[in-house]
Design a protein around this ligand. Sequence first.
Ligand code: C5P
Length: 216
Amino acid sequence: FQSKVLAGKRVLLTAGPTFEPIDPVRGITNLSSGKMGYAIARAAREAGAEVTLVSGPTALDTPYGVHRINVQTAQQMHDVVLSRVGGQDVFIAVAAVADWRVANASGQKLKKNGAGDVPRLDFAQNPDILAAVAALPGRPYCVGFAAESEKLLEYGEEKRKRKGIPLLVGNIGHQTFGKDENELVLFDDAGHQRLPRADKRMLGRLLVGEIARRLG
Ligand code: C5P
């Protein structure tokens, strides 16, 4: 139903969670199925774009025709994105990136001891991938996502300004994780606009249309 509104464009996306190791068998992650990001990747490809999807661990199949690069940690996602961002027209940060990694991760499996001692984890802050891309000279058109548990309209616009991006997509409510349906609100220079509640595939197409319109 949608024409090739992104023909000749190159689109880079992140999707899914990141996984930050504690030791070789344990880690810390964020709630994200990857469904929203994969739906946008699929829709962008259907709209004629050349699509690169940098994905954290998910159970999803790669959409047809999409070039997928798998990563685990936020640092890996950051490094892959920055190595691929040159020549991209659009960057869409959909991934639920862990804000912190375990600074004292163990190379060997941590063992219980009889005394009931518990491990102590130290954290270090991960790089903000979206902010890093948005700060590049000659940057692509940058789109961010926000999942807030309250005050979405206020925090959404504030986040868009702080990240320095032209378009931010808010998830209305935080009951969306793993679900097939979602409800989105778009924040841009003109204000905010709700999209109709729909399944993620349909929202991916609507969003691609909105992005193409703003690219001009
Ligand atoms: O600041 P917050 O994490 O709420 O911002 C969410 C947006 O920023 C999402 O688009 C997410 O993909 C992106 N992000 C990122 N790198 C991070 C944290 C968030 O790209 N380290």
